[in-house]
Design a protein around this ligand. Sequence first.
Ligand SMILES: [Ca+2]
Ligand SMILES: [Ca+2]
Length: 280
Amino acid sequence: MSSIRWEAEFTLQGQDAVAGLYEVVFYVFDQYGGMDSHTMSIEIVGGTPIAGFTGSPLIGCVPLRVDFTDQSSMSPTSWSWSFGDEDSSSQEHPSHTYSFPGTYEVTLSVRNVCGSDDEIKNNYITVGAAPVAGFSGSPTEGCMPLRVDFIDESSGNVTGWSWSFGDGDSSAQQNPSHTYDSLGTYTVTLIASNTCGSDEESAPAFIVVSSCAIRGDVNSDGDVDLLDIITTANHILGIVTLEGDALWAADCNGDGDIDLLDLIRIANVILGLGSCAPVD
Ligand SMILES: [Ca+2]
Ligand SMILES: [Ca+2]
């Protein structure tokens, strides 16, 4: 009995190429009418996979958890995900949490015995974060009235600004200017916000406003003279209302009131008998 070597070659294409387990039967006939057969099984697993995926959500704030769904066709048997932030997974439907703000490219590589395929999605995931508030101001000290220009120095994508200047005034501008009309030391606060949250930066005693006026020189002309007495007297009589530096300068004895004592004291200054100085 001699052995027979059977060889066969065939290709399944198109609609015939449906994955599945096939039984192939080989028949052999001899010239005497004899017949024999041999059966073998062939498994067709499909073709080269085609990679595809979706993620949800595609945009959000840190920490952002994204659920990825494999949508590859042709039955891949292994998956290799790159989430764009150095992290990866070999699960079919992984979840990944992004911890830092940024825009990320996601790649899925799928494979089966027939081959492999990649799907790359650029700028697929956008992750935001709350800003970090910061600011500067210039000048931070000076004579009343003091105009200060504030500069927003917050980091992150800021969409809202809330300034408190410490004297009861506020602003929603990014880089506001503010004029301090009263003597004092002021704490300035900036709250920077976006859709992911907000941050507050507070600078205690950031602004110091002093008076650069000369006590007694109520009209700020550089001299202490009769005009200053008249102006102060008019204030005492209610004919004029002094404010700011003028009010401060009229209080020659520094006791907080503008009254006859100040008139006398200013007169003494004019006569060279003393000076305007706070009382002990
Ligand atoms: Ca004067
Ligand atoms: Ca006084």
